[in-house]
Design a protein around this ligand. Structure first.
Ligand SMILES: *Cc1c(COP(=O)(O)O)cnc(C)c1O
Length: 393
C-alpha cells in the first residue's frame, strides 16, 4: 500500500513472509513503534495488524528470522529470556512434573523454586549429563525436560540425542536453552529437541544493549499455539525497537560467534598451561581448574565435538587457588576484561559468579566466568597473565 505522504509502502505485509519487508529503496527494515493500526471502513485490518501486543511488523520480522536461523517452524519472541522461559513453564498444567538440569542458569532455578511450586507444578533437578540419573528421575507425570548445554557457569555438556530419546519414551517435551551454544555452533532440533529457547539478550543481539528472549518450536502445533497465546495474552512482548535492534545484531551473529569461540579456545589453552605450570611457579595467583568443553581433558569433550562441531563457544570458567577473595582480586586486577555479569556481547567480561547468584548458589566461590568478546585473543591473554601476577602481590 502506498502511503500518500511518503510514497513508500506504509505497512508491508510481513505476517506470512517476514523477508518481504521493503519500504521503497530502504535496504533495512523500518521501525514500527505504533501501538495501534487503522481499520478499513468495513472494519477489516488491511495488513493484518491491529494492536502491537497482538502483532507488530518488527516482531514478526524478528520471529521469521529466528525461526529460519534455528531451523524451526515458528518462533515466539518475548521481552527477556526469563519471560520466554516462563512462557514454556506456563504451557504446563497443575500436577505436571518438570525435570530440570541441576546446573541450570541460576535465574531459571529461582523461578522454579519460588514461583511455580505455588501453582502446583512438580519440579525436580537431575544431572542430565548422566543419562542414567535422568532416566531414574522420570515420573509418570513428567511432561517437560529442560536442558541447558553448555551449562552455565560450569560448561557441562548434555547429550541431547540421549535425553531426547528418554523424553520421547515418556511422552515428554524436551526444551534446550541454546543461549550459550547459539544456532551457529549447536542445532538442538537435529538432536530431537521440541523447543529451543534463547536469551536473545546474549549472543543473538550481541551488543549488551537490550533484553530479549525467544522460544522456537520445531513444528507448528498445539505447543506452538499455546506459546503464542501466552505471548499475546500474557503480554511480555519485545518492543518494536528491541525487535529491530535484535535483528540488526543477527546479521553479524555467525562472524561474532566463530571469532569469540576461537578466542575462547586460545584463552582456555592459556589457562590450562598456567594451571600446569602452577606447581613449578613461586609468585602469582595459581589456577586450579579450567572449565571449557573445547579442552581435551573436559569430561564430555568428545560429545562436545560431536554436538558443537564448529566450536565450543565463547564462554568459559576457571577456578583460582583460594576462595572468593582471590577470585575478586583477580577480577579487580584485569584491565581489558570488564567486571560485569551477562555474556555474549562484543566486550569481554569477567565475573566472580557465586556472589552474583546469591547465598544458595552451587557455584564454587573461587570460580571466575569469562565471556569472550571481540578484542584480539593475545590482548585478552596478556590481560589475564598480568592480572594473575598483579593479584597475588
Ligand atoms: C541470561 C540467560 C537467561 C535469562 O535471560 P534474560 O534475558 O536475562 O532474562 C537464560 N538462560 C541463559 C543460559 C542465560 O545466559
Amino acid at each position: 500500500m502506498q502511503d500518500p505522504k511518503t510514497g513508500l509502502d506504509a505497512f508491508p505485509a510481513v505476517s506470512s513472509a517476514g523477508s518481504n519487508i521493503t519500504v521503497g529503496t530502504s535496504v533495512t527494515i523500518p521501525i514500527f513503534p505504533s501501538t495501534t493500526f487503522t481499520r478499513e471502513a468495513d472494519g477489516s485490518y488491511p495488513h493484518g495488524y491491529s494492536y502491537s501486543r497482538t502483532g507488530n511488523p518488527n516482531r514478526d520480522a524478528l520471529e521469521y528470522a529466528l525461526a529460519r536461523l534455528e531451523g524451526g517452524a515458528e518462533a515466539i519472541a518475548f521481552a527477556s529470556g526469563t519471560a520466554a522461559m516462563m512462557a514454556v513453564m506456563q504451557t504446563l498444567s497443575t500436577g505436571d512434573h518438570v525435570l530440570i538440569a541441576n546446573d541450570l542458569y541460576y535465574g531459571a532455578r529461582m523461578m522454579l523454586k519460588h514461583i511455580f511450586p505455588r501453582w502446583g507444578l512438580e519440579v525436580s533437578f537431575a544431572d542430565l549429563t548422566d543419562a542414567g540419573a535422568a532416566a531414574a528421575s522420570m515420573r509418570a507425570n513428567t511432561k517437560l525436560i529442560w536442558a541447558e548445554t553448555p551449562s552455565n557457569p560450569c560448561l557441562k555438556i548434555t547429550d541431547l540425542a540421549a535425553i531426547s530419546t528418554l523424553a520421547k519414551r515418556h511422552g515428554a517435551y524436551l526444551v534446550c536453552d541454546n543461549t550459550i551454544g547459539t544456532p551457529i555452533l549447536q542445532r538442538p532440533f537435529d538432536f530431537g529437541c521440541d523447543l529451543v529457547m534463547h536469551s536473545t539478550t546474549k549472543y543473538i543481539n550481541g551488543h549488551s544493549d537490550l533484553l530479549g528472549g525467544v522460544v522456537i518450536a520445531r513444528v507448528n502445533g498445539e505447543l506452538s499455539e499455546r506459546l503464542r497465546q501466552i505471548q499475546i495474552h500474557g503480554g511480555a512482548v519485545p518492543s518494536a525497537f528491541d525487535a529491530w535492534l535484535t535483528q540488526r545484531g543477527m546479521h553479524t551473529l555467525e562472524l561474532r560467534v566463530l571469532a569469540q569461540s576461537a578466542s575462547a579456545l586460545q584463552i582456555a589453552q592459556f589457562l590450562a598451561e598456567e594451571k600446569a605450570a602452577a606447581s613449578r611457579r613461586t609468585g602469582g595467583l595459581k589456577i586450579n581448574r579450567v572449565h571449557y568443553p573445547g579442552l581435551p581433558d573436559h569430561p564430555q569433550h568428545a560429545l562436545a565435538q560431536r554436538q558443537m562441531p564448529r566450536g565450543s563457544g565463547g564462554l568459559l570458567a576457571f577456578e583460582v587457588e583460594g576462595s572468593q577473595a582471590q577470585a575478586l582480586a583477580l577480577a579487580a586486577a584485569c584491565r581489558v576484561f570488564r567486571r560485569a555479569t551477562s555474556l555474549g556481547g562484543v566486550e569481554s567480561l569477567i565475573e566472580q559468579r557465586a556472589s552474583m547468584e546469591g547465598p544458595d548458589t552451587a557455584t564454587p566461590p573461587n570460580l571466575l566466568r569469562l565471556s569472550i568478546g571481540l578484542e584480539p585473543a593475545p590482548q585478552l591473554i596478556a590481560d589475564l597473565q598480568e592480572a594473575l601476577a598483579r593479584a597475588a602481590t
